[in-house]
Ligand binder design. Structure first.
Ligand SMILES: NC(=O)c1ccc[n+]([C@@H]2O[C@H](COP(=O)([O-])OP(=O)(O)OC[C@H]3O[C@@H](n4cnc5c(N)ncnc54)[C@H](OP(=O)(O)O)[C@@H]3O)[C@@H](O)[C@H]2O)c1
Length: 300
């Protein structure tokens, strides 16, 4: 019998044997907070954090997004504690390109030494011999994609891939030009950028990636640290007997078949609510009312 999470369908990362359910889980929210320092230190409730990870996988999630700079190290250590030895078919996607300052800031870590060290940190903290997928996170601007060559950094990751430390490579927070540059050097299996119902700058990129069979993984699918709030969204959700967060996720699933979801939460209550979105189908006339919320570049 299909698990609820599998109702969202699956997607095979291009050129790989990795097939993941489109409904995944993003682990960043599991790390703690220390005043203004977000994603910092131990979780508010360690037992709950472990339970969230275990319930996600038990419910059919087989794509978990993480990074060793969440915490730092905390999120990966929680994943290891909750799930190691990892079940067959679980794909853990991590990212490199940043490190954390003592003040909680997000600092570019783009040198060869930084990247090699980050790969080894991830391998150690996740306790694996090879990382399934590593996203290179562009840091020309911490706030959004900004132009700048990443040839040197992609070349380093490609070397580590040849050494067997990385299975597949993706990109995060990138422009179409950076994607094209990277694809001239190595196969790219996924792009992880900021996108959701109200933040639609990547509409064109998503369609281009869909044509090439590359996964698009929106971060902040629910709006991030300040979840989406919209009277229209709430009204539409109520009319469909769902919550606004479920509609935001179902909308992404229907937006394009190459979109993979990694909603983040630190609670099992929200996890259950989010996973239920895998079985929602928004009727086309309702989609037409949802689309204008984000001033889309494209209607669908
Ligand atoms: N590549 C990058 O630069 C980048 C940047 C940011 C994030 N990411 C990745 O993307 C993943 C997703 O992003 P995100 O977790 O920051 O943002 P998100 O999924 O858009 O939203 C998470 C926020 O929504 C709340 N939430 C979750 N489910 C909810 C529900 N059903 N009802 C009400 N509130 C709910 C969470 O609080 P609770 O904990 O209370 O549920 C949390 O505050 C992260 O886990 C991370 O792996 C990548």
């Amino acid at each position: 019998m299909l698990q609820q999470t599998q109702l969202a369908g699956s997607f095979t990362l291009p050129g790989t044997a990795m097939s993941v359910n489109r409904m995944g889980y993003g682990a960043m929210q599991l790390a703690g907070r220390d005043g203004d320092k977000l994603v910092w230190g131990p979780p508010r409730d360690r037992e709950e954090a472990i339970a969230v990870l275990q319930e996600a996988v038990a419910s059919g999630v087989n794509h978990i997004d993480t990074s060793d700079y969440y915490g730092p190290h905390v999120t990966n250590q929680l994943i290891k504690q909750a799930l190691h030895p990892y079940p067959d078919g679980l794909v853990i996607v991590t990212k490199v390109g940043s490190r954390r300052g003592e003040d909680g800031s997000w600092i570019p870590a783009f040198s060869r030494e930084d990247l090699v060290a980050a790969i080894h940190d991830n391998l150690r903290n996740l306790e694996v011999d090879a990382l399934d997928v590593v996203n290179l996170r562009s840091m020309f601007s911490v706030h959004g994609p900004a132009e700048g060559s990443m040839e040197e950094q992609i070349t380093v990751l490609a070397e580590l891939q040849r050494k067997g430390l990385i299975r597949h490579i993706g990109l995060s927070n990138v422009t179409p030009a950076q994607l094209a540059e990277a694809r001239r050097i190595v196969a790219i299996v996924c792009v992880q950028n900021h996108y959701n119902l109200v933040h639609r700058a990547d509409d064109g990129l998503i369609d281009d990636l869909a044509r090439d069979g590359i996964a698009y993984v929106p971060f902040f699918p629910l709006g991030g640290f300040t979840p989406l709030q919209s009277a229209e969204l709430s009204d539409i959700a109520a009319s469909l007997g769902a919550t606004p967060m479920q509609i935001a996720l179902a909308w992404l699933l229907q937006r394009s078949p190459n979109i993979l979801l990694i909603p983040g939460t630190s609670s099992r209550k929200h996890l259950r609510e989010n996973l239920q979105a895998a079985q929602l189908r928004i009727p086309s006339e309702v989609l037409a009312n949802l689309n204008p919320i984000g001033k889309p570049e494209k209607e669908f």
